[in-house]
Design a protein around this ligand. Structure first.
Ligand SMILES: *Cc1c(COP(=O)(O)O)cnc(C)c1O
Length: 398
């Protein structure tokens, strides 16, 4: 990493080995100052991205697939590639086309259980061989649209009970347990390599949820009497947010490895699909106060922007204030309610959010740990949107 000093002595890093293609700054303050951006500003922290990727690549007992919906920033994806992540979890043909153009060597998994026929055919054309499904009808679609290919590996998505996850992902997809053995037998009949996958729910606070799921996989496979090639334990690995202190990742990896051993899956191709745990603590969104009306703050980003989870899901993020005037924003903590920039009344974040009571127009509020499901979820509704993403090379310890 080379640090170049610009003329006004702000530390602007013009060349970075880390997040290629992004402007890089030494600190958030410098970035806000130099970018002089009228929209929200997205920060990425390359060292944390590398740290997170390394934890998975060296600590998880199988392959790590990055679930790119959490944050599809191309520089970030390239960084993960350089850190040793070779497989990627996708849900749409646009995600697949972006990845295959950017990283032709990447192994792409098309894990949405319900796909359009055209997307299946195009994905196969682009070299995708791993597909998920959760019912016999989708299996038929995959068969037909790949021309009855004999080089597929198919993953049956299992339905999971509600677990101790803050953001359930169990209700929409997944074959019911009673039907799973029959579908597995049908898959085996086509001669494909067989995999099983599930998702215990995002921000899963209970490390034993994966063992419970793997016990079910064992029971279903025994009932079906088929040979598995792969087990994919999905995503769901949690990160720290205020009021949520999960067990360390190593505990999750330990539980999963022990269960794989116990249920006789250790020799298979094992994988996981983290999204949140790879990127959440490696990103921050800075939004500016445009107006203060007593304890109501009107911001330049909201629930139609990067703050959907902050408002609609009431997800707690660590907050910090950076003054627009170059002086520290001090004062007692006071409780605020936030309003986003669009004219829609759903664009509101109840909070209450605690901030210094001297906050005023022009100050920036930093939502930390918003590297996942923030930038990725922005709409362009009402013309409010931010595509300003910069790299922060030397963040202060928090
Ligand atoms: C969203 C998603 C993931 C990532 O989930 P996290 O909770 O962010 O780790 C992984 N796999 C599938 C199929 C998903 O839909």
């Amino acid at each position: 990493m080379q640090i170049a000093h610009s003329q006004n002595e702000k530390e602007v890093i013009v060349q970075s080995d880390f997040l290629s293609g992004l402007r890089a700054y030494a600190s958030e303050e410098t970035a806000l100052d130099m970018e002089s951006c009228d929209d929200a500003v997205h920060f990425l922290y390359p060292e944390r991205l590398i740290e997170n990727a390394t934890k998975f690549v060296s600590g998880f007992g199988g392959a790590t697939l990055y679930a790119i919906k959490a944050n599809p920033n191309p520089s970030l994806i390239k960084l993960f590639w350089d850190a040793g992540i070779r497989r990627f979890e996708t849900a749409s043909i646009r995600e697949i086309e972006m990845l295959s153009a950017m990283l032709p060597e990447a192994e792409i998994y098309f894990m949405h259980p319900v796909k359009s026929r055209r997307a299946i055919a195009r994905a196969y054309e682009l070299g995708v061989r791993n597909f998920a499904f959760d019912c016999a009808e989708e299996l038929r679609k995959i068969e037909e649209e790949t021309g009855h290919a004999d080089d597929l590996r198919l993953f049956l998505r299992l339905h999971m009970e509600q677990t101790d996850a803050l953001h359930p992902l169990n209700d929409k997809f997944g074959v019911p347990m009673q039907e799973a053995p029959l579908v597995l037998q049908r898959m085996a009949g086509f001669g494909h390599k067989l995999g099983v996958t599930f998702h215990v729910g995002s921000q899963c606070m209970d490390p034993t949820a994966y063992r419970t799921a793997l016990a079910k996989v064992r029971a279903i496979v025994d009932q079906a009497g088929v040979e598995l090639d792969a087990v994919d334990v999905g995503g769901g690995f949690p990160v720290f947010y205020p009021g949520m202190e999960p067990a360390p990742l190593e505990t999750y990896f330990g539980q999963i490895n022990a269960a794989l051993e116990e249920f006789g899956f250790s020799d298979l191709d094992i994988m996981c699909e983290p999204g949140r745990a790879l990127v959440a603590n490696a990103g921050t969104v800075a939004v500016r106060v445009e107006m203060r009306k007593s304890n109501r703050l009107y911001l330049n980003d909201g629930t139609y922007g990067a703050l959907f989870d902050a408002g609609i899901s009431k997800w707690p993020y660590p907050l910090e204030v950076i003054s627009g005037q170059g002086v520290e924003v001090k004062g007692e903590g006071a409780k605020f309610k936030f309003y986003g920039p669009t004219c829609d009344s759903l664009d509101v974040m109840e909070g209450p959010f605690e901030l210094p009571d001297s906050i005023e127009e022009g100050d920036w509020i930093l939502f930390h740990h918003l590297g996942a499901y923030g930038f990725a979820m922005q709409t362009k509704f009402n013309g409010f949107y931010s595509d300003t993403v910069v790299s922060i090379e030397a963040p202060k310890a928090r």
